[in-house]
Design a binder for this molecule. Structure first.
Ligand SMILES: Cc1ncc(COP(=O)(O)O)c(C=O)c1O
Length: 377
């Protein structure tokens, strides 16, 4: 059994994917071109944004978002304590300080109350300028954008939606990638919309920002083209082959994959409710279920389940074992007073089970039986 079965998805979409790859090979146009243009238009339409600019990966997409905002030394970038390091790593590279905030105990996303306490703490302390918030739709579950958006307005902060894990999710009828001044996503193969290598995208409704993003992606190109370099940029583009792979995958995601993910989750939830802490999705939201993460009663129980699954050759993962504030790279930095009780508790108890739209009912039953078996010991 696969944790995320990319082969099953390939087999379901093989004809379209193969035909598209062959067409790219025949055209010998490997950078840019009609596939990339078509994909950018379709991605922007899908999420309801004016502009989509593809790039080389989700980390670059975030780096571009920080460049747009001029994040640098002396700036505070607020982000949830439980995320993948890419959410703030590029800001740190620009010399900014990552200010971690706790997560909520139910959605596991950035907690608005903790965010406001941290903003006020930074203002009171006085050495950093509050600059940007990275709201991460963790595990595919959208953040509370009403509350976070209001805080960003109140304190004049640039809001970045890190939708690396949530492509296909929605919040009160609006799709993930439609929030914030800028939204970013990743097409890493295991993501809800994954390509066959690395890829990413940046979304905005702002024409000026869209032009700047296109410039940043190609060495700071100016109106005169790629040898008219008017600013420092980077080399960050989505390969044409990846765009050709993503087109049929985007269609499948919209047509049925997100629904199939809900079906898989429904079965897991029915089996585990009352025995494990099952995932919570707020009213009016749809998760993309990048992961199906449950919480055991404590670390020991979690580790016991994982060991049992391993014995049965059932894959499981821990997303994530360590909150950001405790990572070696950050642990000696000042952490602005806040405790990270919910993030600590989540990381100590979480584990994720096989989750993808092509998971057969029989495979899923095998996972359920193995988990329940060990919980009943
Ligand atoms: C929350 C989050 N942000 C950003 C990224 C970065 O994406 P990429 O791996 O495409 O650079 C990831 C990838 O795992 C992620 O999970």
């Amino acid at each position: 059994m696969q944790f995320i079965d990319l082969k099953a998805q390939y087999h379901a979409l093989q004809m379209e994917i193969d035909a598209n790859i062959r067409a790219v090979l025949d055209s010998a146009q490997f950078i840019g071109g009609p596939y990339v243009k078509e994909l950018e238009n379709k991605l922007a339409d899908f999420v309801g944004r004016k502009h989509c600019i593809t790039c080389a990966n989700g980390t670059d997409a975030l780096q571009i978002a920080f460049m747009l905002n001029g994040v640098g030394r002396g700036d505070a970038v607020f982000c949830p304590d439980m995320t993948f390091i890419s959410s703030t790593e590029p800001a740190k590279m620009f010399g900014a300080t990552s200010v971690f905030c706790d997560i909520t105990p139910d959605t596991y996303c950035l907690c608005p109350e903790s965010l406001e306490r941290q903003i006020q703490m930074v203002i009171a302390e006085g050495s950093l300028t509050p600059k940007a918030v990275v709201a991460v739709d963790i595990l595919g579950n959208p953040c509370d954008y009403d509350a976070i958006g209001a805080l960003c307005e109140k304190y004049g902060l640039f809001l970045i939606e890190d939708a690396a894990q949530s492509f296909g999710a929605s919040y009160h009828g609006k799709k993930a990638c439609a929030f914030g001044h800028i939204a970013t996503t990743s097409f890493f193969p295991a993501k809800p919309l994954g390509c066959y290598g690395d890829g990413g995208a940046v979304f905005t409704d702002d024409d000026r920002m869209a032009d700047l993003i296109r410039s940043f992606c190609v060495h700071g190109k100016g109106p005169g083209g790629k040898y008219d370099n008017v600013r420092v940029g980077m080399n960050s583009r989505l390969d044409t082959i990846q765009a050709a792979v993503l087109l049929p995958k985007l269609k499948a995601l919209g047509d049925y994959e997100i629904d199939q993910r809900q079906t898989v989750v429904g079965r897991y939830n029915d089996a585990f409710v009352g025995k494990l802490q099952t995932p919570f999705v707020a009213d009016g939201c749809v998760s993309a279920w990048a992961q199906y993460a449950v919480l055991a009663k404590d670390s020991e129980a979690r580790d016991k389940v994982i060991a049992h699954l391993k014995e049965k050759n059932i894959p499981s993962m821990v997303y994530y074992p360590t909150p950001q504030h405790a990572l070696p790279v950050f642990r000696n930095e000042p952490h602005y007073g806040e405790s990270f009780q919910n993030a600590d508790d989540y990381c100590a108890r979480t584990f994720s089970l096989p989750m993808h739209p092509y998971l057969e009912e029989a495979e899923q039953q095998e996972v359920i039986d193995a988990v329940l078996e060990v919980l009943e010991w």
